[in-house]
Design a protein around this ligand. Structure first.
Ligand code: FEO
Length: 395
């Protein structure tokens, strides 16, 4: 049972999911994931902040009861309605029928839509406060981080921010709950992956939320996934700040498709040329077998990206097309992108890649080329011209 009173009267009561293979049925979870919920015990009232995934709701209820016994819960604060957090609302309501469910007007519509609940649903405004007796909760609206109803809640006296998905990461909690109890680097890596998979499309809204939090003293950041940030508050805020502004580290991701090895041969050559230029972080992904979740994570991390695709059915090779579509969805910015294609009789992949990539706010290297069948001296020359421009832009 993962329960921890990390600040006076404020408890972690979340659960670990080590069974689900794909988050949102899309993103792999080799290390599991935690669904975090919190209990705040004031002198007069008790509040829960968010719930957990429905599949773990009985374990969650045990967590609550182990702290408050037969006492009742007065409020359920809903920072975020995605079902990985709202899945236990109906159960909580059935156990504590008088509970007031607190959210904003958008939350209220979703509670009715998902769970058919309208009774005792209270809509609050941005900046409103809720007094629990000795503890006050303040609500900060942060729409689109990650859904329109998203908000954060802060207990100002202890400086505890309940941040919803923001500052969250994949990875179940392996014993440690607060950052100083665990290997932080692993969870920071998982924060990159989580952000790139789930939040990246909403970077502009993350930036707005971060602005809103400026000047507020934060002792603890309690996200809906991953550890409670305490010693590493600055690090996770800085990480999210860099990510939402598409800042990057030195390094190159090469993401490619190759049916018979010819495109891959050129990829190997490119990687070698980059290494000879002193670039050490080179991540190569064969998209036919790579996990897109990790590819996106590295693209959010590193400055350079090379995309290579064979022509397939007069278009882009499907796994490469899936990556390009994912980048378009996330409105990738501030990256240096080179691309090339390969073909047997009609060079269509390069043309189609150019059409899509030209619409992105990236520095696109125009010197692309088409590899016909297998690599020859002319292709090596074309590749060198592309790499020269690419390396120049990487700076
Ligand atoms: Fe973890 Fe957007 O839900």
């Amino acid at each position: 049972m993962n329960i921890y009173e990390f600040a006076q009267g404020i408890f972690y009561i979340g659960v670990n999911d080590r069974t689900t293979e794909k988050f949102e049925s899309l993103w792999s979870l080799p290390n599991g994931v935690s669904y975090n919920s919190y209990l705040v015990k004031g002198d007069n009232k008790i509040a829960l902040i968010d719930t957990v995934h429905a599949s773990l709701s009985l374990k969650y209820l045990d967590n609550i009861k182990s702290i408050i016994g037969d006492s009742t819960v007065d409020y359920l604060i809903i920072n975020h309605m995605e079902p990985d957090h709202s899945g236990a609302i109906s159960l909580i309501k059935s156990i504590y029928p008088g509970i007031k469910i607190i959210g904003n007007t958008k939350t209220a519509g979703m509670i009715e839509g998902y769970y058919g609940i309208t009774e005792n649903v209270v809509s609050i405004n941005d900046g409103d406060e809720l007094d629990l007796g000795g503890k006050k909760l303040k609500f900060i609206f942060t729409p689109m981080v990650h859904w329109p109803e998203t908000m954060m809640t802060i207990e100002q006296q202890a400086g505890v921010l309940f941040s919803g998905d923001a500052f969250g990461c994949y990875g179940a909690l392996n014993g440690g709950i607060v950052d100083q109890e665990l290997d932080v680097d692993t969870y920071i890596d998982e924060a990159y992956r989580y952000y790139s998979n789930i939040v990246a499309k909403y970077g502009i809204f993350v930036a707005k939320a971060l602005q809103k939090l400026e000047g507020i003293k934060l002792n603890y950041i309690c996200a809906t996934h991953g550890p409670i940030w305490h010693e590493q508050v600055r690090r996770i805020v800085d990480t999210y700040t860099r990510l939402c502004h598409w800042e990057s580290e030195e390094g190159v991701v090469i993401a490619y498709g190759s049916m018979y090895g010819n495109t891959q041969e050129m990829v190997e050559r490119i990687a070698r040329q980059l290494a000879l230029q002193g670039i050490k972080q080179i991540k190569i992904y064969n998209l036919s077998k790579a996990d897109l979740s990790y590819v996106l994570s590295d693209i959010c991390r590193y400055k350079g990206l090379v995309i290579a695709s064979p022509t397939y059915s007069m278009g882009i090779f499907p796994p490469v097309a899936a990556l390009v579509e994912a980048l378009k969805t996330r409105e990738i910015k501030e990256r240096v992108v080179a691309y090339f294609g390969s073909y047997t009789w009609a060079p269509m992949a390069t043309k189609k890649l150019a059409e899509i990539l030209q619409g992105m706010k990236v520095t696109l290297i125009g010197d692309s080329f088409d590899l016909k069948q297998s690599m020859g001296a002319k292709d090596e020359e074309a590749c060198d011209a592309m790499l020269k421009a690419f390396i120049n832009e990487l700076g």
